[in-house]
Design a protein around this ligand. Structure first.
Ligand code: ADP
Length: 469
């Protein structure tokens, strides 16, 4: 049987468990009841037999039936049970017990006789004495060591059997009623307990990408469901933040792409408006090519970032001579630094080789050094250095440029973020360079730290592990 709803499953398991519990308890109660009833009968039989033994003084004195009736009444109360009593002379039965019972004569088994000769009482359940089985006690009456008399007291087990049957009937009647009540109670309880889950599911169904600011209700009770609601809400908050970041990213990306595209379109339109000389066309095309370059650069950066975000940015892990790479970057940007009247220095540089992606590391170093040159005033200086320890290689790019205000130092690694000062410098820039540099460092298992004082200069420190893992 497959129960689809948790509610049905809970009720099913609850009722099944209760059935088993009730059956076990009922069974135990039945066994206990039977035991204590038998025990009571045996105790009463012993009481009657002992009193009779005392009364008979070891002889076969005939005790008047009224007295015996009184005795039974004393020990059994006013029970309607059939009772039985006889006194036997052991000498007559020394060798011949009477194993068979007849309606007016109780049997004397060999075992009872043997026990009696050793002074021990015997309890037996015998058939044939009446319509129902009879519990029979054979009690020896001793005179010193001699068996003087045998007293047999018995009583019908009819009443005990009746009590047992009645108990079973009551159990059989009450069990289904109890289970029905418990099952319906369980069904209602499960509905009540699961109501918050249903509400949560409804609320979660209403939340879509456009409504991520909505939250599911928290009950504040601190229970498991409240914890679930809190966890869901925390997840929604994270999703909301991630979605806003993506929206912000695509808005900024479109905006950044729109500017060069508008310029490109304008230039081409102007060039086509009236006939031009070949030189004018050449100038227009050269200028357009610059914008196309800018767009291509931007798109390339965006692609790299989205790959890094998606975790599919492929990093080579070939040995890279970092010293040589830094020298390459130095030679490549020397001309740019000179054209800005900035002194680009290299050193001190330790010899370090590490596992990494040469092209990506080159991009990282170029981005940082270009920035250092771009955001420095003429006659400033930029220094590149490299050192290492047993765990890390440290590339330091230090400039005497415009610096970055403390409150913005955490933000410059976000995509498209540019400080107001950087914008006013009117230098070209996409705001992606540092973000890309950090993604590359992190993809290598490293990091970038910045220390900067506005108006004094900035130091960017790149950490790359010298070993994998
Ligand atoms: P871009 O240089 O294209 O604007 P980046 O991501 O490389 O974008 O840098 C982000 C911002 O960080 C820059 O706009 C600038 O405000 C600041 N910045 C980066 N490097 C430096 C530096 N060496 N000195 C001062 N400001 C810097």
């Amino acid at each position: 049987m497959r129960l689809r709803s948790i509610r049905a499953r809970l009720t099913f398991w609850y009722t099944s468990l209760l059935t088993v519990t009730l059956l076990v308890l009922g069974g135990a109660a039945y066994v206990l009841l039977s035991y204590s009833l038998s025990h009571e009968v045996d105790a009463a039989l012993t009481g009657v037999a002992e009193t009779l033994a005392e009364r008979s003084h070891g002889s076969s004195t005939v005790i008047p039936p009224a007295e015996i009736e009184g005795l039974f009444r004393r020990f059994f109360g006013f029970s309607p049970w059939d009772r039985y009593y006889q006194m036997l002379d052991p000498r007559r039965h020394r060798d011949s017990p009477e194993p068979k019972s007849s309606p007016d004569r109780a049997p004397l088994s060999r075992e009872a006789l043997n026990n009696a000769t050793r002074g021990l009482p015997t309890f037996e359940t015998v058939e044939g004495l009446g319509p129902h089985p009879v519990r029979l006690l054979t009690m020896p009456v001793m005179e010193g060591n001699r068996l003087a008399n045998l007293i047999q007291v018995g009583m019908s087990l009819e009443s005990i059997t009746e009590t047992r049957v009645r108990f079973l009937l009551v159990m059989a009647a009450l069990l289904p009623i109890g289970l029905l009540l418990a099952g319906s109670g369980g069904w209602l309880l499960a509905r009540r307990a699961l109501q918050p889950v249903v509400r949560m599911a409804d609320a979660a169904q209403r939340i879509s990408a456009e409504h991520l600011a909505q939250r599911v209700d928290e009950t504040g009770t601190g229970d498991e469901l409240d914890h679930l609601a809190k966890t869901l809400n925390q997840m929604l908050s994270r999703l909301d933040a991630a979605f806003s970041q993506i929206r912000q990213f695509s808005a900024s990306a479109s905006h950044e792409l729109q500017t060069p595209l508008t310029i490109l379109k304008g230039e081409l339109e102007v060039a086509l408006r009236s006939p031009r000389t070949p030189e004018e066309y050449r100038a227009a095309l050269t200028s357009s090519l610059e914008e196309v370059d800018r767009i291509a650069h931007l798109v390339e950066g965006l692609l790299l970032l989205s790959r890094a975000e998606a975790g599919v940015l492929k990093m080579d892990r070939q040995p890279v001579d970092l010293t040589q790479l830094l020298e390459e970057v130095y030679s490549r940007l020397k001309f740019l630094a000179d054209s800005h009247s900035i002194e680009l220095r290299l050193g001190p540089v330790e010899a370090i080789s590490l596992p990494g992606d040469r092209e990506h590391l080159r991009r990282l170093l170029l981005n940082l050094t270009e920035n250092a040159i771009k955001y420095s005033e003429p006659r400033g200086s930029v220094a590149l250095s490299l050192h290492g320890d047993e765990k890390w290689a440290y590339v330091v790019v230090e400039d005497t440029g415009i610096g970055i205000p403390a409150e913005e130092q955490g933000k410059i690694f976000e995509p498209f973020y540019r400080t107001a000062e950087a914008r006013s410098q009117a230098e070209s820039g996409t705001g992606l360079g540092l973000c890309i540099a950090r993604s590359i460092a992190e993809a290598h298992g490293g990091a970038i730290h910045v220390h900067s004082v506005p108006g004094r200069g900035s130091t960017f420190k790149v950490l790359i592990p010298v070993r994998i893992g």
